[in-house]
Design a protein around this ligand. Structure first.
Ligand code: XMP
Length: 519
């Protein structure tokens, strides 16, 4: 096996470390710092990376490096807290800095080492620092505030860095990580879309044998790529089902169908169920209630379909690695529930399926790369996130076929104009500077009517809000600085072309304090 184990000491950056390692085409997995030896060694790592963390090594209950790590004789790289834990474990000294160091710092190499040769500016975020190296270590680089900013024991191949090489604020930090995993640990960088596909196909075949496998595709990136992978592995044993809820964006159903039939040559069963969904949503205005109804209805429709298909034993799920990590990370499970994120296509809990989860160890960017390698079209692979409950979330107030049609028409104009003007980015960006493409953009239909005048006629119609944000991870976001001329054109077209909307506003709130969706 060619892999690296990353031990999470509670860092907010632990997942980013894993992404950087994967970007270096090396397979890695994240483990809580206290995961069992059996679990960690099961991936047969060739080295360990220890993440940062919020604690001080002297605090009660502070995470520590388990003894077996040292016994393996494998290389270790400690980052920030990881470096302090390494120092503490090996007999060096860690003390509180006179001042907490946070932000950019310059580092200077003290010896010539390829580990640090590309670095000058780094990102620091620490309270404690190393004041005496453990035996066998030398200082490789220093910063103004940390004379021991990088340390190394060349014989045992133990290294520590006080700064965060994984974040973008440390230019060339990824080179340090790559050097560690490839040169120092000796891992072959062969984790590519082609090898990922090959490996998952073998796993899927092994799991499913000759049995039939059911998949619910929603048009989302994850469920589409998961189904495509399964199809490549077992061909016609896959039965893909697409439920048309009537709550999708314009042309979405056709796009999904043509991607499946055309690009993949896979069979797709389309279940037209919009009337059922609208009937269930009638008169409901509470956002959480709406989400629940759509989620439950979806399960019932899907269940019915599965029965008709003779109840296959296996079900494909588009679970991706961040979902898996989030549910096992230390101290990070307490995030407050802001909204019930219901994934349509999600697991009907009371149904007896065995899960096939081919994306379980992949990050989003890897899922996209695999999707491209499988020949899925850009329109699916680079699709904006779309909430499971569909347009219900964006149709504030009661969800009626008439209002959803209105919303969908305005939304189509928005997407058309943004992509024509080059304002729909393929890749996400958190920069809110003018001219930056939006990472996600949509229309929200408001249940508010106001007076207007069209021709010589008084109108009394609904308002539409444009929401366009720039973001990297959708956890925080800023509103996109779209050009005024573009906004003018959007407002013009929407009011002129969409019946029932006589006013357009632009949402200029960031997340937080707002969320991206309105509801
Ligand atoms: P919020 O509104 O919480 O949204 O800032 C963050 C991102 O998540 C998307 N979103 C959902 N995705 N099921 C999903 O799969 C959901 O129920 C759901 N609700 C919001 C939203 O579009 C944004 O990209």
């Amino acid at each position: 096996m060619n892999s690296i184990a990353i031990l999470d000491f509670g860092s907010q950056y632990a997942q980013i470390i894993a992404r950087r390692i994967r970007e270096a085409q090396v397979y890695c997995e994240l483990f809580p710092w206290d995961a069992s030896m059996e679990k960690i060694l099961a991936i047969q790592p060739k080295g360990f990376i220890l993440s940062g963390g919020p604690k001080s090594v002297y605090e009660d209950g502070a995470p520590y490096i388990q003894e077996f790590i040292f016994k393996t004789g494998l290389p270790v790289l400690g980052i920030c807290y990881g470096m302090q834990a390494l120092t503490h474990a090996l007999g060096g000294q860690v003390d509180p800095s006179a001042q907490r160091e946070y932000g950019h710092a310059e580092i200077e190499s003290l010896v010539s080492s390829p580990l640090v040769s590309d670095l000058s500016k780094v990102w620091m975020s620490h309270g404690d620092r190393i004041t005496r190296l453990p035996e066998g270590f030398i200082a490789l680089a220093a910063s103004g505030n940390s004379p021991l900013a990088v340390m190394g024991d060349m014989r045992r191949k133990y290294f520590g860095v006080q700064f965060h090489p994984e974040v973008h604020h440390t230019p060339n930090g990824e080179k340090l990580l790559k050097h560690f995993v490839v040169e120092i640990c000796g891992v072959k960088p062969n984790w590519t879309p082609a090898s990922i596909i090959e490996e998952s196909m073998a796993r899927i075949r092994n799991q499913a044998g000759n049995e039939r496998v059911l998949a619910a595709v929603s048009g989302g990136v994850d469920s589409s790529v998961a189904a495509a992978l399964v199809h490549k592995a077992i061909g016609d044993q896959l039965v893909a089902v697409f439920v048309d809820t009537g709550l999708l964006r314009k042309n979405e159903g056709e796009q999904v169908a043509s991607a499946f039939r055309g690009n993949l040559g896979a069979e797709l069963i389309t279940v037209e169920a919009s009337e059922e969904f609208f009937a269930a949503l009638q008169g409901v205005t509470d956002p959480e209630q709406k989400r629940k109804i759509v989620g439950e209805k979806f399960i019932r429709v899907f269940e019915r379909q599965a029965k008709q298909l003779g109840q296959p034993r296996f079900l494909v799920q588009g679970t991706i690695y961040p979902d898996v990590v989030e549910s096992s990370a230390p101290d990070r499970n307490k995030a407050q529930r802001i909204k019930t994120h219901h994934n349509v296509g999600g697991l009907p809990e009371d149904m007896q399926f065995e899960l096939v989860e081919p994306l379980r160890y992949l990050f989003k960017d890897e899922v996209r790369a695999v999707g491209e390698a499988l020949g899925l079209p850009d329109s699916l692979v680079w699709r904006q996130p779309f909430p499971g409950p569909g347009l219900t979330v964006r149709c504030l107030g009661e969800v009626t076929p008439e209002r959803v049609t209105r919303l969908r028409a305005a939304d189509a104009i928005l997407l058309e104009e943004l992509s024509k003007a080059g304002f729909l980015g393929r890749r996400s960006s958190s920069s809110a500077t003018a001219g930056q493409p939006a990472s996600q953009a949509f229309i929200v239909l408001l249940p508010v009517r106001s007076v207007g005048v069209m021709g010589d006629q008084r109108t009394y119609q609904e308002a539409a809000a444009i929401r366009a944000v720039t973001t990297e991870d959708f956890m925080t976001a800023d509103w996109a600085r779209l050009p005024h001329e573009l906004l003018a054109k959007l407002s013009n077209r929407i009011v002129n072309e969409v019946d029932g909307i006589n006013r357009v506003v632009y949402d200029i709130t960031s997340k937080p304090p707002a969320t991206i969706e309105w509801e």
